[in-house]
Design a protein around this ligand. Structure first.
Ligand SMILES: NC(=O)C1=CN([C@@H]2O[C@H](COP(=O)(O)OP(=O)(O)OC[C@H]3O[C@@H](n4cnc5c(N)ncnc54)[C@H](O)[C@@H]3O)[C@@H](O)[C@H]2O)C=CC1
Ligand SMILES: O=C([O-])CC(=O)C(=O)O
Length: 337
């Protein structure tokens, strides 16, 4: 009962989860024993659209699985050890990947590339072999590079479907709504802001002008707000002081995006949210992946929306974003080539 009430409470307060469709799905979490993986597994256990939860990590997943499996919701949970990746992936329709190392103070997300690129590549290769039609949601940083790595790895295996590979940039959207809510004194649910581009520093482009509460903000207040959205991750890394980066807010954001995708896969119409996907929007500038509002549906990405009208400041932010994003994407491509 408690879990159902908790799910209802979460849903009412944040509109994070919705139960609008009945069909249920097997979801796998790769990296389920980690700082994000554990609370993410908890939140997926209380999502009514998840029928079966498959928890994999190189360490600790069976313990997390045993723990969340006691929660009184109607889904099965199973944990898998390091040598059981294939079993964990079998039949999974949605695969969420928070596997990899997090930042410490003084590091950029790109500093994680050397460790996380091969983790993500190897996991993607297994997904391509065992669950080639699955939807893959990548949380592992640097997202701007790990998504091209996943795409190229699947392409090499002949199973890349651009409608089914998503970089999870939802935390930027969550932060933008929260921070604008704080500045404007309004409920974050009324301050939803599309955040486009990528997921690190200057590649994060919040379109404050597209929200009624955001468009009046100017000068110093505007600069500070944009900076806070772009560097919100650093705020957490600094506060955790060597113990990692955002885990709880990221688990919330990851569960929120997974729920949106499940609703789309189940046929709900009008599920629209930003996510970092293969996109034509700036392909002419050599930027093959870009986050913008995307409609999620039965095939994954159904429609990619243009970014819409920009203020003069946002034009400048976009100009700064594109070269950095291209560099990050090309680095991911080069790693797999
Ligand atoms: N997209 C986003 O907005 C965000 C992304 N992140 C990123 O998420 C990643 C994970 O962060 P945390 O959970 O805090 O780290 P963590 O270190 O607490 O957990 C990572 C987990 O991955 C596991 N792992 C490592 N190699 C693996 C493999 N080959 N297969 C399966 N599991 C493996 C580890 O055993 C560990 O349990 C980091 O790269 C971090 O930068 C973090 C916050 C926000
Ligand atoms: O800052 C980090 O390293 C983790 C992350 O991506 C975020 O919190 O946005």
């Amino acid at each position: 009962m408690y879990a159902r009430s908790a799910a209802r409470l979460l849903s009412a307060q944040t509109r994070a989860f919705s139960t609008s469709s009945a069909r249920q799905t097997k979801v796998a979490v790769l990296g389920a024993g980690g700082g994000i993986g554990q609370p993410l597994s908890l939140l997926l256990k209380i999502d009514p659209l998840v029928s079966s939860l498959s928890l994999y990590d190189i360490r600790g997943a069976p313990g997390v699985a045993a723990d969340v499996s006691h929660i009184d919701t109607d889904s099965a949970v199973k944990g898998y050890t390091a040598d059981q990746l294939d079993e964990a992936l079998e039949g999974a329709k949605v695969i969420v990947i928070p596997a990899g190392v997090p930042r410490k103070p003084g590091m950029t997300r790109d500093d994680l590339f050397n460790t996380n690129a091969s983790i993500v590549r190897d996991l993607a290769a297994s997904v391509g072999r065992v669950a080639p039609e699955a939807n893959i949601l990548v949380i592992s940083n640097p997202v701007n590079s790990t998504i091209p790595i996943v795409a190229k790895t699947l392409e090499k295996a002949g199973v890349f479907d651009p409608r089914r590979v998503f970089g999870v940039t939802t935390l930027d959207v969550v932060r933008a709504a929260r921070f604008l809510g704080e500045v404007s004194g309004s409920d974050p649910k009324n301050t939803v802001v599309p955040v486009v581009g990528g997921h690190s520093g200057a590649t994060i482009v919040p379109l404050l002008s597209q929200n009624a509460h955001g468009k009046g903000i100017s000068g110093d207040a505007y600069e500070k707000l944009v900076y806070r959205i772009q560097f919100g991750g650093d705020e957490v890394v600094k506060a955790k002081d060597g113990a990692g980066s955002a885990t709880l807010s990221m688990a919330y954001a990851g569960a929120k995006f997974t729920n949106a995708l499940l609703r789309g896969l189940n046929g709900e119409k009008g599920v629209i949210t930003p996510t970092f996907v293969k996109s034509d929007l700036f392909a002419s500038k050599g930027v093959d992946f870009f986050s913008s509002n995307v409609e999620l549906g039965i095939n994954g990405v159904e429609k990619i929306y243009p970014i819409g009208p920009l203020s003069a400041e946002e034009e400048k932010l976009l100009e700064a974003c594109l070269p950095d994003l291209k560099k990050n994407i090309d680095k991911g491509y080069a790693f797999v080539a």
